[in-house]
Each structure stands twice: as structure tokens, then as C-alpha cells.
Design a protein around this ligand. Structure first.
Ligand code: NAD
Length: 543
């Protein structure tokens, strides 16, 4: 089936403001996108997916609207951020309910890990973008360029493509869309096919905050639609999702030599030192591993515990897991169902493979209807699938290690490098261990939080991708630079221009000696020859 993308009146209620009626563009086959309730499996909304022609049209519309958007005073776009903040705050309860309905996560989690992160980030962007986009003239540092002034002007890429996953569909989409739009880019946004309603609500918030509909385009559809967006002439691609799809995006972007940033999967390590507050580490890691039904990129998927604390840690973790209310009705549920029942099979296979290789089940929570029971496996060997692959469900794998160095070596023996955590009462020691971990971010005595601090760049190393969201790096990812250099004495020729001669060669050498000789005495001695060259009889001006 050919790729489909959508942009219909159903998905864009205010689409009548679009100058080009996208629904009139012929699209031979359409693959619908469904909003499903993971708790019941029931489909409660359908969206029409659109064709690659529609993706192209969305990009073209965005491109024609972008220059006017970028030309607005920065304050106007900061005002958009302020309105977005206030609207998202006002709609927080309905957003949390929608997130819960479409992903299966508890509404309290939706507030704590999505809505609040977006609200905080919006404020951070408002305070930071104007400073990062200032472009003062400054003197060039080189002595050869003493008459030059330089200016580094950050400017938007133009039209960016934003492809988002389903697990934190509001927070992850906003972490790219808000800085991209606020720095003057237009965006074509493709939410996950599993969370089209959250995608639409995100888009609606942006439009209601003052972003013109042509500047932020919504395209609904599955991976084929994402692929069509990467093939379309967008100026940069921001992709968040699996390694498998990320690799396809990177290849497609490379074919066009289009820049892309990839936020991919992880198999985060947690190192629990023997001196850690074990009940706290167990409670924190259980939350990090089992919240969002274990479907979190930065969840602690491999837990390495120093041998002295191993039994205590397993005991405390079992206690936490036994207390979890799995699959209960809102607002009592701690753990909801996985987003699709078919994803359980992968987790079951990873669990069974570990058991076949000698691991043991320490505890398993309540099955809770369609929910997968939160499960803790101990003694999981390094060659088990759960140690080598990303486990994207409520499965915690725990292994005893000789000491913290052994834990670091095992943690780093992974293709992934998204995030990690270190648990110890000795924060200096924990900091030293953090510095040895191959990960984009590390939390000390906490978990998941690295993805929610607005000032902290979030992103991975190794197969976990490249690029950063959040922090100044996340803003700069939306900007490229235009460098401008200006001559202070425009009537004067440059000494290095044509007119080469023995005198010119000696003058150049005197300049190098005056500027770069390691000896201060020799540098001083070069000056007479340099001055003769600069103010001698050579043509020095053009009139
Ligand atoms: P996914 O790769 O299946 O899909 C992500 C998005 O990409 C969806 O919108 C999908 O439609 C689209 N897509 C799929 N194939 C594509 C292609 N060939 N070209 C373009 N777009 C394509 O991932 P998912 O199942 O939605 O999300 C779970 C994965 O995302 C996990 O591996 C998780 O660790 C990772 N993730 C990473 C981060 C991070 O910040 N590093 C955050 C969240 C999720």
C-alpha cells in the first residue's frame, strides 16, 4: 500500500483558514488511523490518513508561510509561547484525560511527566530564546583581522519535519515543535499513528496560541507517512522513535543531504551502590521502570546492584511491586496496560529467554486485565535478550555485580547509551561513576527526571541517536548560523590580496612572527619590518 498522510477537516478543525484546500488533492488509497482505548481495545475515533502528495502540499504551504513568520519580531513569537503556556495550563485536566485515554497511562502520570514538563519548558524557552537569538557585532580576535567586525546571526532552518512517538506524545512533540516554531521555523508535524488525538490536541493548542495554520501543519498517518515527510523537501528532520525507524530516517535524510536529529531507544542502566538508601532506590527504580507500563525511553531497564546490597534491593523492590495497583480504574491505577496487546508478546519472549538462560522471577505484580504484570527478574545473564535489546514494557532485569567498576563495565556493554542512574549516599562517588557511563544523561539518586529538566539537554549516544532536545542545545538545534564579517575601513585593501613580491613575502612573514612567535622578544623584533610593510609604498587603498 502506498504511503498515506492526512490533513482533513476532521483532523484540522480550523483548516478552512488554509489557503490551499488539501482535501481536494487526489489521494488514491487511504489507510485510516485509529484512536484506541488501550484499556478496552475499543476504537473511539478514526482519522483519515493522507497521501504523500498531501505531505508535499503541507510542506509547500509551510514553506510559503515561513518567511513572514520568521520576520515577525521575536517578541510576537514569545507571546505565542506565553499563550501556549496559559492555554495548556487551563486545559491540563482534559489533556491528562486524553493522554490517559489514548495511551493507557494514569492521568496523574500524564500530568507529572508530560504536562508539567511542557509548561516548564515553555517558560524556559521564553527566557532563553531571545538571548540566544541576539546577534551583536563583535571584534574579530585574530591580529590579522583587526579591522574586522563579525556577527553570528542564528536563523531558522525554514521548514522542519517533526515525527513523534506514542509513549509521551504530548511532551516529546512539544519539545521539538515549541523551540522550532518560537525560533521562526515552520513545522510539519506527524504524530504517532497510535496517538492521533493527542497529536491533534497539540496542534490545536499551537493554533489557538497564535501560530498560523499554514506555519504548523498536521499530517496524520503511520510510518509510511513519516517516510514521505522525510522524503519531502523539509530543511531538517526531528525524529523520535525506535532505532529501526531512526536508521531508515537517517538513510533517507542522507540521500537528500538533509540534516536530521534522532532521539532513539535506550536500555538504560541503573547502578545501585551498596551504600545507597536501598528502600529509596527500590521505590525510585520501580517507579522509573513500571510507570507508563514500562514504555519509557529512559526507563532503568538494566539494574546492576553491588553484591552486598543485592538481596536487600530485591526484597525492597518486591515489596514495592506487590503494592502496585495494576490495571485498576482511574484514578487508583499505578500501572495501566501497554498501548497495544500485541506488544506484550515481545516482552514475554524477552522474559522467557532470560528464564531459559538461568534468570529467576523475583516477583510479578497483578496481571490487572489487559495489563502486563510488572515483573522483576534477578540473576539475568549478559547474553540474555533483555540485557542486549531494549525492553519496552514492565520488565525489570536485575543482576548482582562485584563492585561499582564492574557495574560501569556492564552498563557500558550495550549498543544503547540514552540515559542512566547511579544510586549512592556518597554523591561525589556517584558523580565520578556518572562520568564513566556512556550515556547522554545521568541522574544521581533519581530516575527519568533527566528528560524533564528544561535546562538539561536530553539525547543519546551510540545507537540511542544523536541530537538534543531541551536546554540551550535543544534550541540551537532549531537554528543554523549565518556568519557576517564586515571591514571597518572599507577604503583600504587587504594586505594579503594580489600583488605578491619579495617585499610582500617578507611582510607576511613579519606578520606571522609578530603574531605567533612563541618568544615575546622575537615577536617585538618583528614589528619594525611589519610596520614598514603595512605603511610602506605598496598600494593601500582603492578609490
Ligand atoms: P517507532 O519508531 O515505531 O515510531 C515513531 C514514529 O516514527 C511514529 O510516528 C511512526 O509513525 C514513525 N515512523 C515509523 N517508521 C518510520 C519511517 N521509516 N520513516 C519515518 N517515520 C517513521 O517508535 P514508537 O514505537 O512510536 O516509540 C517507541 C520507541 O521510541 C522506543 O524505542 C523508545 O525508546 C523510543 N523513544 C525514544 C525517545 C528519546 O527521547 N530518545 C523518546 C521516546 C521514545
Amino acid at each position: 500500500m502506498s504511503p498515506r498522510v492526512t490533513q482533513t477537516p476532521a483532523t484540522i478543525p480550523r483548516g478552512d483558514r488554509n489557503p490551499m484546500p488539501l482535501t481536494e488533492i487526489a489521494a488514491p488509497v487511504r489507510r485510516p488511523v485509529e484512536s484506541r482505548d488501550p484499556r478496552t481495545g475499543a476504537v473511539w475515533r478514526r482519522f483519515e490518513a493522507a497521501g504523500s502528495e498531501e505531505v508535499g502540499a503541507a510542506v509547500a504551504q509551510a514553506r510559503s508561510a515561513q518567511p513572514a513568520w520568521a520576520a515577525l519580531p521575536a517578541g510576537t513569537r514569545m507571546e505565542m509561547l506565553r499563550r501556549f503556556h496559559d492555554l495548556a495550563y487551563a486545559r491540563r485536566t482534559e489533556l491528562a484525560a486524553l493522554l490517559s485515554r489514548e495511551t493507557g497511562k494514569p492521568a496523574a502520570e500524564a500530568l507529572a511527566t508530560e504536562v508539567v514538563v511542557v509548561l516548564d519548558d515553555t517558560r524556559f524557552l521564553q527566557r532563553t530564546i531571545p538571548r540566544l537569538m541576539r546577534a551583536p557585532w563583535v571584534a574579530a580576535g585574530s591580529r590579522a583581522l583587526i579591522r574586522k567586525r563579525v556577527r553570528v546571526v542564528p536563523e531558522p532552518y525554514g521548514v522542519v519535519g517533526v515525527i513523534a512517538p506514542w509513549n509521551y506524545p504530548f511532551m516529546l512533540a512539544c519539545s521539538r515543535l515549541l523551540p522550532a516554531l518560537a525560533t521562526g521555523n515552520a513545522a510539519v508535524f506527524k504524530p504517532s499513528e497510535f496517538t492521533p488525538s493527542v497529536g491533534e490536541a497539540t496542534w490545536q493548542l499551537l493554533v489557538d496560541s497564535g501560530v498560523p495554520v499554514a506555519v504548523v501543519q498536521l499530517v496524520q498517518g503511520d510510518g509510511a507517512v513519516g517516510a514521505a515527510l522525510v522524503e519531502a523537501p523539509v530543511d531538517k528532520v526531528f525524529f523520535t522513535g525506535s532505532v529501526r525507524a531512526g536508521r531508515a530516517v537517517a538513510v533517507a535524510a542522507a540521500r537528500r543531504l538533509a540534516p536530521c536529529e534522532l532521539e532513539l531507544g535506550g536500555s538504560d542502566a541503573a547502578i545501585v551502590c551498596a551504600d545507597a538508601n536501598i528502600p529509596m532506590a527500590a521505590a525510585g527504580l520501580a517507579w522509573g521502570r513500571f510507570s507508563n507500563a514500562g514504555q519509557t525511553c529512559v526507563a532503568p531497564k538494566r539494574v546492576f546492584v553491588e553484591a552486598d546490597a543485592y538481596d536487600r534491593f530485591l526484597e525492597e523492590t518486591s515489596r514495592v511491586v506487590a503494592s502496585l495497583r495494576v490495571g485498576a480504574a482511574e484514578p487508583e491505577a499505578d500501572v495501566g496496560p501497554m498501548i497495544r496487546p500485541e506488544f506484550r508478546a515481545v516482552i514475554e519472549a524477552q522474559r522467557d529467554d532470560a528464564l531459559d538462560r538461568g534468570a529467576r522471577v523475583v516477583c510479578t505484580g497483578d496481571a490487572g486485565g489487559p495489563a502486563f504484570p510488572p515483573t522483576v527478574l534477578a540473576d539475568v545473564p549478559a547474553d540474555a535478550r533483555a540485557m542486549r535489546e531494549e525492553t519496552f514494557g514492565p520488565l525489570m532485569v536485575v543482576t548482582a555485580v562485584r563492585d561499582a567498576s564492574d557495574a560501569v563495565a556492564r552498563a557500558n556493554a550495550s549498543e544503547y547509551g540514552l540515559s542512566a542512574s547511579v544510586w549512592s549516599r556518597d554523591t561525589a562517588r556517584a558523580g565520578a561513576l556518572a562520568a564513566r557511563l556512556e550515556a547522554g544523561t545521568v541522574a544521581i539518586n533519581d530516575v527519568l527526571v533527566t528528560a524533564g529538566v528544561p535546562e538539561l539537554p536530553h539525547g543519546g549516544v551510540k545507537q540511542s541517536g544523536f541530537g538534543r532536545t531541551h536546554g540551550e542545545a535543544g534550541i540551537m538545534a532549531c537554528l543554523r548560523t549565518r556568519g557576517i564579517v564586515s571591514e571597518r575601513m572599507p577604503g583600504r585593501r587587504q594586505e594579503w590580496w594580489f600583488g605578491y613580491s619579495a617585499r610582500h613575502l617578507a611582510g607576511m612573514d613579519a606578520f606571522l612572527r609578530a603574531a605567533h612567535d612563541p618568544s615575546a622578544v622575537r615577536r617585538a623584533r618583528a614589528w619594525p619590518a611589519l610596520l614598514r610593510f603595512l605603511f610602506g609604498s605598496r598600494r593601500s587603498s582603492c578609490r
